[in-house]
Design a protein around this ligand. Structure first.
Ligand code: ADP
Length: 500
């Protein structure tokens, strides 16, 4: 049995997997973000550890297994941010998370002095730097809370902190280091990036980088007494949540595509090398086991369905099985939604891929008096399927199939539509906790149960459902995609016209 622990922004999860990779038990607990000024995002770090302890205890109790049967443990979680420890290994301040935007003014000032800053960062990392990344947050601390940095001995991220509490080992992995931002080629931090962001004096605080599928240490006696795990159980380095989810979905071959259709919608393709195209767009994740995943995110994922339920279909939202009823309503309209389009930029931060426009917003287009609610609802589902195709076309690369995970993968109707719209087979893997599974697979390799992650992914993948693209709907969806592209262009054009 392998244990995977996943530290999410709002939920801490843990799951147990047997030798074949089947999920045997799962447990989770919600955590609240701290009250913080607008644009900040902070957690209570000690509460994160205490919640993790409770989740592990609850998992062990539910699974009713001897803790000694756990052969290895892997950790994953939200990436980057800053978890600063002092010399007594206490957290110096509430951890700052990936989605924190406090560094905005500082980064804007840097960019006004050096307009090619973001592009220079990208030329090493392959990712557009997010404000909540580790290095810009350190730059903010250097300016605003120098005492924190003066007292700091280590700067970690969420999963690194939890692994540290489990084992006493200070370490991070390649995915966090490259996204810090560092280098996607060396899969490590890079001194030029720290220099670009003016924090060269603080790089000694960053943790040593190791491969995700190697051992970090073992459960300490104190962590064992808190969690109920057995002291000495091996703990792997693990990896960031996106990479863990990719591995958990059994995706490891170059050319394999992955869509994570949750609250946001991430679409990536695996490569066997670092790719820097398209330039200045998207995120390049390091995946343990010598892979890279270039990805594009549509900020609104299943958010569009929840919005649709709340605003257009409160009657359905109040009933039984709202998602199934909503899907059945959409099916009353044919492929192409009778000409209605929905641009799915339903987010206060607009669109970030495959183009960047923070002011872009969602909208319906093409409505005429004969259209009915079913057409609008179908257009909402289709809008996201078109956005997925748009993201994949920007990433490029071969796409053998799309592994679809996240809440949206529960809908066979949407899964089939994504296959039809993209022309690529959609595969839904069995299981629910893919991040935890990816972390657990890192542990399985670290202890030598598999020779490589390629082998582990292959051996533990179970397909739940596969959807082949249909040629019958292709003309309607191709026309719909052309309308989507025109609508997306028009939405951005209106913005510019209004701004002028
Ligand atoms: P998160 O990104 O927060 O981890 P999940 O991947 O767990 O989210 O997805 C949760 C979302 O999935 C819900 O908010 C809902 O919109 C969507 N969802 C749940 N069930 C279905 C379904 N049967 N069909 C389509 N979407 C669904």
């Amino acid at each position: 049995m392998y244990l995977g622990i996943d530290i999410g922004t709002s939920v801490i999860k843990a799951a147990l997997f047997d030798a074949q990779g089947h999920q045997q038990a799962e447990a989770s607990e919600r955590m609240s973000l701290l009250q913080a000024p607008l644009g900040w995002s902070e957690l209570d770090g000690e509460a994160t550890w205490e919640t993790t302890v409770r989740v592990i205890r609850s998992l062990l109790q539910q699974a009713a297994i001897a803790p000694a049967s756990i052969r290895g443990i892997g950790v994953t979680g939200v990436m980057v941010g800053v978890w600063a420890l002092d010399e007594t290994d206490r957290l110096l301040r509430p951890p700052i998370l990936w989605n924190d935007a406090r560094a905005q003014a500082l980064v804007d000032a840097m960019v006004s002095r050096r307009p090619d800053l973001i592009s220079s960062v990208f030329s090493h990392s392959g990712s557009v730097m997010q404000l909540g990344c580790t290095l810009p947050v350190i730059a903010w601390l250097a300016e605003n809370e120098p005492d924190v940095l003066a007292k700091a001995r280590h700067i970690l991220t969420a999963k690194d902190f939890v692994r540290y509490r489990l084992t006493g080992a200070i370490a991070t992995d390649e995915s966090e280091a490259a996204m810090a931002p560092g280098s996607a080629v060396t899969r490590d931090f890079h001194p030029d990036q720290a220099a670009l962001l003016g924090i060269g004096d603080h790089v000694h605080l960053l943790a040593p980088v190791a491969r995700g599928e190697t051992l970090a240490g073992a459960v300490s006696a104190s962590a064992a007494s808190q969690t109920g795990l057995v002291a000495g159980t091996p703990v792997a380095i693990g990896t960031g949540d996106t990479s863990a989810c990719v591995l958990g979905a059994g995706a490891h071959r170059p050319g394999q595509a992955v869509s994570v259709l949750g609250t946001t919608c991430l679409n990536g393709v695996l490569f066997d090398r670092a790719v820097y195209k398209p330039r200045d767009l998207g995120l390049l994740f390091i995946v343990p086991g010598k892979r890279w995943m270039k990805s594009m995110v549509n900020v609104a994922g299943t958010t569009v369905l929840d919005w649709c339920l709340e605003t257009l279909c409160p009657d359905i939202a109040a009933g039984h099985s709202p998602y199934e009823t909503l899907g059945a309503l959409a099916e009353q309209s044919p492929a192409g939604a009778n000409g209605v389009s929905f641009t799915p930029y339903l987010s206060a931060s607009g669109v970030i891929a495959p183009r960047i426009e923070p002011k872009a917003r969602a909208g319906f287009h093409g409505l005429a008096p004969h259209h009915r609610r079913a057409d609008m609802v179908r257009a909402v589902y289709e809008g996201l399927a078109y956005a997925i195709r748009d993201c994949f076309e920007a990433v490029g690369g071969a796409r053998t199939s799309i592994r679809l995970v996240g809440g949206g993968a529960r809908s066979p109707f949407w899964s089939q539509m994504i296959a039809d719209v993209t022309g690529v087979p959609v595969e839904v893997p069995a299981g629910t906790q893919f991040g935890a599974k990816g972390a657990a697979l890192c542990a399985a390799v670290a202890i030598g149960d598999y020779a490589s992650l390629d082998e582990a992914c292959e051996a533990t993948f179970t397909l739940k459902a596969r959807f082949e693209p249909s040629s019958a709907t292709k003309p309607a969806y191709d026309a719909g995609f052309a309308r989507f592209k025109a609508g997306s262009k028009a939405a951005l054009g209106i913005l510019r016209a209004v701004a002028d």
